[in-house]
Design a protein around this ligand. Structure first.
Ligand SMILES: NC(=O)c1ccc[n+]([C@@H]2O[C@H](COP(=O)([O-])OP(=O)(O)OC[C@H]3O[C@@H](n4cnc5c(N)ncnc54)[C@H](O)[C@@H]3O)[C@@H](O)[C@H]2O)c1
Length: 311
C-alpha cells in the first residue's frame, strides 16, 4: 500500500514508517524538521520537507502520491508552549490537521490514523484507569487542539465518509526519543544520568503517568489499518508509574548513584493519569506487551549508544 506518514522524522512516526516499510508498503514521510531530524527518516522512505500547514504543497503531495493510508503524527507536542502560544499550537495542530483531512477526502484515502493524546485530554479523572468515555477536560491547550481534531474527524466521517481511527496515546517512551526534548522524561533522565548530571523532579516525585513502549504503539498503529473504523482508542498500560519510580528504574539501568533535585511543580500538570485500553483489546486485538523495566533497559541502552556516536 502507499502510505503517507506525517511527522515521520520524529520519535514515534519514524518507527511507524519503518514498520510500514517492513510490511512492504511504499512510504512517503512529510515533515518540516522543526523538531524531527532528517537522519531519523528511514532510508527506504521517500521524504518531503513540507509544513503540514502549507496548503498548496500538501495538496500536490497527496495528488502525486495518492496515499491509501495516512498516519498523521506531525504536531507541535510541547504542552507548555501550547499554553504560552495557543495560536501557534492551533495553527499546526488544528489547521495543519484540517489540511491533512481535506487532502485525504479529495484523494479517497482509505484510512486516516490520528495520533491523539490520552495523557492530556481527560484532565484529573475521578477514576483511574480512565476509559474513552471518561469526560474530556483538558488542562492544556494542546489537549484542546487534539480534541478539536477528533471532533473534525467525526464530522468529516459523517459529512464526507472519511474513514479514520483515533489513537489516544499514554506517555510513549523508547529508543529514538530525544534526550534534549521538552517531553519524554525517560529519555531526558537517561541522557542526564549517563553523563553524570543530576535530573530534576518537579514536585515530590509522587505524580504518576502511564508509560507505553514504542513497539507497542507501533503495533497499535498497524492494527488500526485493518480495524477500528471510526473508533477512538486509548493506547496505554493502565499502570501508574510515579516520577520517583521512573528515576529509580532509569538510575538502575544507567548505573547512576546520585539523587534527584526536587523543584516546584509546574503549572497545568495533572497529578495522576493511567489509561484503560480494554476497548483497544476488544476491537483492535491490541494489548501492551512490553513491561516497564524491559522498556527502560532498551531505552537506556539506546541513549548510551547514541551518546557514544555508535548510531
Ligand atoms: N510522545 C508522546 O508521549 C505522545 C503522547 C500522546 C500523543 N503524542 C502524539 O504523537 C505524535 C508524535 O509525537 P512524538 O513524540 O513522536 O513527537 P516528535 O516531536 O518527535 O514528532 C513530531 C514531528 O512532527 C514534525 N512537525 C511539527 N510541526 C510540523 C509541521 N507544521 N509540519 C510538518 N511537520 C511538523 C516535527 O518536526 C517532528 O518530526 C504527535 O502528534 C503527538 O502529539 C505523543
Amino acid at each position: 500500500m502507499r502510505v503517507i506518514v506525517t511527522g515521520g522524522a520524529g520519535f514515534i512516526a519514524s518507527h511507524i514508517a519503518t514498520a510500514h516499510l517492513a510490511r512492504g508498503d511504499e512510504v512517503l514521510v512529510v515533515d518540516n524538521l522543526s523538531a524531527g531530524r532528517r537522519e531519523c527518516v528511514p532510508a527506504a522512505a521517500e521524504f518531503a520537507e513540507v509544513d503540514i500547514t502549507d496548503r498548496g504543497a500538501m495538496a500536490k503531495l497527496w495528488q502525486q502520491f495518492r496515499p491509501q493510508i495516512v498516519s498523521h503524527h506531525a504536531a507541535q507536542i510541547d504542552v507548555r508552549k501550547s499554553v504560552e502560544d495557543p495560536a501557534y499550537d492551533a495553527q499546526v495542530n488544528i489547521l495543519g490537521s484540517l489540511n491533512v483531512m481535506k487532502n485525504c477526502i479529495e484523494c479517497g484515502t482509505k484510512k486516516l490514523v490520528f495520533a491523539s493524546t490520552g495523557g492530556a485530554i481527560y484532565g484529573e479523572p475521578e477514576q483511574l484507569p480512565a476509559a474513552e468515555d471518561c469526560p474530556v477536560r483538558p488542562m492544556s491547550l494542546y489537549g484542546v487542539a487534539k480534541y478539536a481534531v477528533e471532533q473534525y474527524l467525526a464530522a468529516y466521517g459523517r459529512l464526507e465518509g472519511l474513514n479514520y481511527t483515533i489513537l489516544r496515546y499514554a506517555n510513549v517512551y523508547g529508543p529514538g526519543q530525544r534526550t534534549d526534548g521538552e517531553a519524554g522524561v525517560v529519555a531526558i533522565f537517561a541522557g542526564l544520568m549517563l553523563s553524570n548530571r543530576q535530573p530534576t523532579i518537579f514536585g515530590q516525585g509522587d505524580k504518576t503517568r502511564d508509560y507505553v513502549y514504542i513497539e507497542d504503539v507501533v503495533r497499535a498503529n498497524l492494527a488500526a489499518i485493518e480495524a477500528g473504523d471510526g473508533g477512538t482508542y486509548n493506547i496505554g498500560t493502565g499502570v501508574q508509574t510515579s516520577d520517583q519510580q521512573v528515576f529509580d528504574q532509569v538510575a538502575k539501568a544507567a548505573g547512576y548513584e546520585g539523587k534527584p533535585t526536587y523543584a516546584d511543580e509546574r503549572k497545568g500538570e495533572i497529578r495522576h493519569i493511567a489509561l484503560d485500553s480494554e476497548k483497544a483489546e476488544r476491537e483492535l486485538g491490541w494489548r501492551p506487551q512490553v513491561q516497564f523495566p524491559h522498556g527502560i533497559l532498551q531505552t537506556v541502552a539506546y541513549v548510551r549508544e547514541a551518546d557514544a556516536g555508535l548510531l
